[in-house]
Write a protein of this length. Structure first.
Length: 109
């Protein structure tokens, strides 16, 4: 048994959950916040049998694509203000960070 823990951008979470339910997987979504852009994320927990891992990873990969986004950098607190970049910069967002963990036991109550 495995626990798949996927951290995805809020914009991708709904599509991912819909696809998982359509494929008969149960998932739990927790709201979380990313560190770099400080934007909303979703942490999705999915318990699966070992042989289902690759199928679930495929669903995550299909629904959580990377894309470019313009962001305005947050001014640094410690560094001098004149070294701060004040214009928007392109960064890659989206995609997913996925952990696949071994589970000794799972119980539904």
């Amino acid at each position: 048994m495995k626990l798949i823990l996927a951290i995805v951008q809020d914009k991708d979470a709904g599509r991912l959950l819909d696809a998982l339910v359509e494929a008969n997987y149960q998932a739990t979504m927790l709201a979380s916040t990313g560190g770099f852009l400080r934007e909303g994320n979703a942490t999705i927990l999915i318990g699966v049998e070992d042989q289902q891992v690759e199928e679930v990873l495929g669903i995550i990969q299909e629904r959580c694509r990377t894309r470019e986004q313009l962001v305005s950098p947050i001014p640094p607190v410690v560094e001098p203000v004149d070294s701060h970049i004040s214009y928007p910069v392109k960064v890659q967002v989206g995609g997913a960070i996925v952990f696949v963990l071994n589970v000794d036991r799972m119980i539904r109550v």
